[in-house]
Design a protein around this ligand. Structure first.
Ligand code: PEP
Ligand code: MG
Length: 825
């Protein structure tokens, strides 16, 4: 029985039967059979009923190919009628028998006969009386007695479920979850273990791991005198499974049944090679397994489950790697509350953006910003958020709202900016005007008090429990080690600052693939030096302004080299057009004139002179490097001096220097000559030997096409697919947003090419560049460092094109490591 003809549930049940687990007798109807029923055909009912015998009570449950695609709700207790009621009254007692019959009358009426559910609003509390009332209500509404024949009942149930699957709403819902237009529905007809009656009788679910953390822990609920998933829906009446100090447990009520269940659930894990949840019914002390479903899990739990299955020898390491969607790791890369730390829970909402954060309560976005300016962490507490709160959300460590769900403003923005967020915490009383929160247990906290939110679990805690930094989980580390042992393409990080480099190290990047040096000049003291350099009249003046920048850059690079401990660091020479460092308004120009002690007119003139119609295609990158050679000379000197310094007390550093925006071989020759001269000078001055690697950033189509010429002069080519996409399409990176969604909606582009690499066009340039470059210089190192470098799809493309590494932002390094490993499995 394949999942693709009978659905996943049928397939799973068949496997459980083969394992000789106590599954009640089951018959599965295929997609074709269900389609035929929906089309009006009547199956052979006596053949269908034959396996069950005369007195069985049945249920029908949906079995679609993928459980996420949904399906009509299960109908239980089919076969209950007047005669069986009498029979069961003797066996189970009148109340239990009446309850079973009543449940069926109600669900059949509402879901199959489609009577108004309000009809059953005022039923008596006594099940026997209520049954009489419900039967009467049915008869009055439908003008027929309640059907008594099991075959007739079952046929109507099958028909209504088959038709429900074909309804428009159901179809749209599942298609939104990726189901194909012709997705089929199987149906599973199963004899029921009743769960109601004498002895220990009830139902519940069991799993052996915690769905949030993946820790091994027997969790689940059991509810006496219940059926289906009632134990989960009526959690307050249900008991825990395993004995502990939280209250009564199934283990105490029925130790044997508990032990059996655990054995079955373990066996499912081993034999189905997956962490499973058992749905069970206990009838008079005996356990029946109705179903096994894949345990629902957070991304963190998914990693820990996959690693544990591999460590227990149930699946291979490769399979464990394949079971984790690389992008799902994003959820693990945030801070978490240490699971071992004591938690003082105040309330719970909906965990809407992963990660945990602690901070002082603030009630307005402005307060969050003010506190942030003082370096204080806050939790921004709002009834709900709106666009005016976004700056406050950026400034806060986390966000807590009273209202809203998983797609509310706070939730969407929180996830977008990577801020932990708990929404819909409506059992807290938000007294925002009085700046206080009153919690369900009566505790009151006010602005300035410290709370912690857990954006994964939705918990709101008092104080500041111990946190685990991102990526400190053992399973994550193990999975990443396996990924590293498997993959055959390297992963570096784009890192401009020591902070970025530390994150890159923490995530085990194999070096820095792109350090954008211009990001080192945002500091005001450096900005003024750059501006002085821009306003210098002579080469000497320029050199003396650059003298000021030299020690700063040297310190920057020394830091990076030290942090990366001998791993390669690829430094890109200055790239942006100079006008980005100049003010554009009158006030700014006046301030600058004052700072430089120059007449405003002179400053205005220079600013105007540097103005370009199309600066991104103007004097930037290597063009600036050639027109104003002192900048690159200063940077080269800083790099080499830092190399000497960092090599004194650590691993020998071999810096990589990358020239941006190259389009002609001669540009490379010129820069190379000047960098070589600086290297020679530094060697002489310091008496130290060092080597370096020079490379070109392939960002113009021409550089890709002439890669064979360029490759003769360099050790590496790194494809800057941001600019290369911009130039291949002739599409401004900064302005494309205006029409991009119209373009994608109308299918002009399949996706935004700045997000998803255009393999047809830009991709062909990558392939041409790689091929021509390697033909001229077989040892050439090839890489990608544009934003695409962290996308699993682009990594696959680059690997096929023979690239040595990809480089992406530090937080995407783990995703890239796993994606790369999956390609090599
Ligand atoms: C690129 O163009 O792809 C690149 C990495 O450089 P930047 O984004 O700094 O232009
Ligand atoms: Mg670029």
């Amino acid at each position: 029985m394949a999942a693709s003809t009978h659905g996943g549930r049928a397939k799973c049940l068949q496997r459980l039967v083969r394992l000789e687990l106590p599954v009640p007798r089951t018959v599965a109807l295929s997609f074709d059979a269900v389609n035929a029923i929906a089309a009006g055909e009547t199956p052979d009912m006596s053949a269908l009923l034959q396996p069950f015998g005369d007195s069985a009570v049945l249920c029908v449950r949906p079995s679609s190919e993928d459980p996420d695609w949904g399906g009509p709700g299960a109908i239980l207790n089919i076969g209950m009628n007047d005669a069986r009621y009498v029979e069961l009254s003797d066996r189970l007692g009148k109340a239990a028998a009446a309850d079973l019959y009543l449940r069926f009358v109600q669900s059949y009426s509402v879901h199959v006969a489609r009577v108004d559910p309000d009809l059953f609003d005022d039923l008596s509390d006594d099940p026997v009386e209520a049954l009489g009332e419900a039967l009467a209500a049915y008869e009055e509404d439908i003008e027929e007695a309640f059907p008594q024949d099991t075959g007739a009942q079952l046929l109507e149930v099958l028909k209504s479920m088959a038709r429900a699957w074909q309804g428009t709403t159901a179809r749209l819902l599942r298609q939104a979850k990726g189901a194909p237009a012709d997705a089929g529905l199987g149906l599973v007809v199963q004899e029921m273990a009743l769960g109601l009656g004498t002895g220990v009788s009830g139902s519940g679910v069991m799993q052996l791991v915690n769905s949030d953390t993946g820790a091994r822990q027997c969790t689940g609920r059991y509810l006496s005198q219940s059926q289906g998933r009632e134990a989960l829906n009526q959690e307050k009446d249900a008991v825990f499974l395993q004995k502990d100090d939280r209250g009564p447990s199934l283990q105490e009520m029925a130790p044997e049944a508990f032990a059996d269940l655990k054995t079955y659930t373990k066996l499912m894990r081993e034999k189905l090679r997956e962490e499973m949840q058992s749905e069970f019914t206990i009838e008079d002390g005996k356990v029946y397994l109705l179903d096994g479903v894949r345990v629902a899990r957070s991304a963190r739990a998914a990693v820990s489950i996959a690693v544990a299955l591999a460590e227990d020898g149930i699946i291979s390491r490769e399979e464990a790697l394949m079971r984790i969607e690389p992008r799902a790791l994003n959820e693990l890369l945030h801070r978490q509350i240490d699971p071992e730390a004591p938690r003082d829970e105040l309330a719970r909402g909906i965990g809407a953006s992963p990660g945990a954060a602690s901070g002082k309560i603030v009630f307005t976005a402005a307060d969050a910003q003010a506190a942030d300016a003082q370096g204080e962490a806050t939790i921004l507490v709002r009834r709900e958020t709106s666009p005016e709160d976004i700056r406050g959300m950026h400034a806060a460590a986390g966000v807590l709202t009273e209202r809203g769900g998983i797609t509310s403003h706070a939730a969407v923005i929180g996830r977008g900016i990577g801020k932990p967020c708990v929404v819909g915490a409506n059992d807290i009383t938000f007294q925002t005007k009085r700046k206080r929160l009153v919690f369900p247990d009566g505790r009151m906290l006010k602005a300035g008090d410290v709370i912690t939110i857990d954006g994964s679990s939705g918990e709101v805690l008092a104080g500041e429990p111990k946190m685990l930094e991102a990526a400190r989980d053992d399973s994550f580390r193990t999975l990443m080690e396996w990924a590293d042992a498997t993959r055959d393409i390297e992963v570096r990080a784009n890192a401009d600052t020591p902070e970025d480099a530390l994150v890159a190290q923490n995530f085990k990047a194999q070096g820095i693939g792109l350090c954008r040096t211009e990001h080192m000049f945002v500091d005001p003291s450096r900005l003024i030096a750059i501006r002085e350099m821009i306003f210098a009249d002579s080469s000497e003046d320029r050199a003396s302004a650059l003298e000021v920048l030299l020690p700063m850059q040297r310190a920057d690079f020394t830091d990076l080299f030290r942090i990366m401990q001998g791993l390669p660091v690829c430094i890109r020479l200055f790239d942006p057009p100079l006008h980005e460092y100049l003010p554009s308004d009158r006030d700014g120009i006046r301030e600058l004139a004052e700072a430089l002690d120059l007449p405003v007119a002179d400053v205005t003139e220079r600013v105007e002179a540097l103005d370009e119609y199309n600066p991104m295609l103007g004097m930037r990158g290597v063009r600036l490097g050639i027109a104003v050679p002192e900048i690159y000379e200063m940077q080269a000197r800083a790099i080499f001096e830092a190399t000497v310094e960092a090599s004194h007390d650590g691993e020998a550093v071999v810096p990589e220097i990358m020239i941006p925006l190259v389009s002609a071989m001669r540009e490379v020759e010129l820069v190379k000559k000047s960098v070589d001269a600086v290297a020679a000078a530094v060697r002489t001055e310091t008496g130290s030997e060092f080597t370096y690697r020079l490379g070109v950033m392939v960002e113009t189509p021409r550089a890709a096409l002439r890669a064979h010429e360029i490759a003769q002069h360099v050790s590496f080519l790194s494809f800057g697919t941001n600019d290369l996409t911009q130039m291949t399409y002739g599409l401004s990176r900064d302005d494309a947003g205006r029409f991009m969604s119209a373009y994608v909606q109308q299918g002009v582009y399949p996706e935004d090419p700045f997000h998803v690499l255009d393999v047809d066009g830009v991709g062909e340039l990558l392939e041409i560049g790689a091929k021509r470059g390697r033909e001229a210089a077989p040892e050439l190192t090839l890489s990608i460092c544009g934003e695409h470098g962290g996308n699993p799809e682009s990594i696959a493309f680059c690997r096929n094109a023979g690239f040595d590494y990809v480089s992406c932002s530090p937080f995407r390094v783990p995703v890239a490591r796993l994606a790369a490993a999956q390609l090599a499995v």
